[in-house]
Design a binder for this molecule. Sequence first.
Ligand SMILES: Nc1nc2c(ncn2[C@@H]2O[C@H](COP(=O)(O)OP(=O)(O)OP(=O)(O)O)[C@@H](O)[C@H]2O)c(=O)[nH]1
Ligand SMILES: [Mg+2]
Length: 637
Amino acid sequence: MSEAKIHFFPSEPLVALLGNPNCGKTALFNLLTGSRQKVANYSGVTVERKEGRLTLESQKVIRILDLPGAYSLYPRSLDERVTCNVLHGNAQGEKRPDLVLCVLNAMNLRRNLRLVLSAKRLGLPCLVVLNMVDVAKRQGLAVDAKALSQELGLPVIATVGIQSDGADQLKQYLSQLDWKNLSALCASNVDEGVETSTDHTAHTESDNVQVHHILQNLDLDQIIPDRLSDRLDSVLLHPVFGPVILAAVLFFIFQAVFTWATLPMEAIEVGVDWLGALFTQMLPNNWLRSLLVDGILAGAGGVLIFLPQILILYFFILILEESGYLPRAAYLLDRLMGRVGLSGRSFIPLLSSFACAIPGIMATRSISNARDRLVTILIAPMMTCSARLPVYALLISAFIPERKLWAGLDLQGLVLFLLYVAGIAGAMAVAWILKHFTSEKFQLNALMMELPSYHLPRLSNLAIGLWQRAEIFLRRVGGIILIMTVCLWALSSFPLPPENATGSPIQYSIAGMMGQALAVVFEPIGFNWQISIALVPGMAAREVVVSSLATVYALSNSGVDAADALLPLITKGWSLATALSLLAWFVFAPQCLSTIAAVKRETGGWKIPVIMLSYLFVLAYLAAFITYRVASHFGLA
Ligand SMILES: Nc1nc2c(ncn2[C@@H]2O[C@H](COP(=O)(O)OP(=O)(O)OP(=O)(O)O)[C@@H](O)[C@H]2O)c(=O)[nH]1
Ligand SMILES: [Mg+2]
């Protein structure tokens, strides 16, 4: 029996944004649709299609698709394939676009125009959008849009993706378009002989010749050097200064995460304490008060305190992304990564994983080599995601003294930096081991990566980026973290202890019993039953470990003010060996459930997520075991 699928597409016209990576498609998409998709100054930011809507002056609504950047319509990586599938009408659940907006970076017409010529051959109506005309103007490059339009046989509209009115002319053009009859925008001067050729090298050669002619006719054949970027690169990409500056930048970031966050963190802590005291005073001593104070405030409130540190980390990541420094860092690390069998291409996905492993794993779509991509996915979870920051920060605050070393260096910041380095070193070691399992024939591809011009990060972009991060974090605190905390509170509070009980009530609860059972597994690495309990809900989200510890300890110690009691309790109650062992565990700890789901989605099956989960568990256990034993040996127990 044959089965046919019928798709019902929305009736509105579909407009797709096509262009080389980093030419400003997403910036324009945001301007047209009012969306807030991620814009950054490197290639491969967008890796999946995103849809938005634009209401034209005529009140007509059109759908707009932002697509991953592509160098050609012969895909070499997964993100380019997404774009090609859409343009050929092969994308699942999506019709073929009614109109293609070919976005050009005015500063790099030579390469950008080749894609326009390929797009023309698709037979779809095309409109050329000449973006970044502000930069071109600044650099003294005058592109004559009318002449370009004549050369291409298509309308050309100038835009500036970073100005709020930068796409107004484009919107106006779209408003006046006859959407029922777009055939006028189909290419008229396609060379029929070449069009029917199936050999794409023939296209490439003829396109090169045609682009050369167009640029000559427009008097744009000369290369305009970007002097500022070149001068900066002579220092930042210097074989000696370059790596030193990169290390210093990363080191400074981790110092700042600790030192800059102190004041705002204290302010949030005071607020949470005040609320806790208020509830304790106002409510009778019953289960509701316990839920509010020991559960919600101690747990979710305890995680909220880490918001400033997370925002400071993101602030720096956003600056690195916007400035154009990221691909340079990838270039600097290419040789180093080559030693472990990876290319510099993997650097950006790995760096994104410092924020969260999920966007990092998604970003591997831009890696064209399938083996490189898989290894990068497997090691991405070892990069310290921002959800692990609260766990590190809590343990560092509890066990590492707040001391200044030489030159004002903060000891706690240094330890944090070392933990990040431990994650990176672990990841590189795993990549190196995997290199030896790869067939002899495997050859590293040379790094081909575009270095964009440096930009000063725009304050508005930074503010929006930070706000989005704060929103995501607050939603996690109010959502999954709160839910897990309340569940754990319930499991830790019931059943009630028997009348003649001698220990604290939590020991008789479901969670208490589970913790004691789990402690058998974790005792060899120095974890007590409270930690063992906290690790389980911690699989839902990393920060939950902190909220769970807070709740478990609050319930184990009646009579102590819960919300602020965790820190002194663990300082007193745990040995340094246990704390170090827990830190070592978290450097490698198997990832949260959403990361595992993302790996399954991206690799199309359970095999890789199961491998990842198993090897990370073994690694985390081994690292914690060795740390605990060595620390105990040196008398830190
Ligand atoms: N000066 C200037 N910068 C722009 C303009 N349009 C975009 N940008 C900047 O160019 C960089 C790239 O913009 P994106 O919109 O992320 O580029 P993209 O084409 O979506 O890139 P991919 O998703 O990687 O394919 C960002 O730093 C933007 O702020 C423009 O017209 N003028
Ligand atoms: Mg984009």
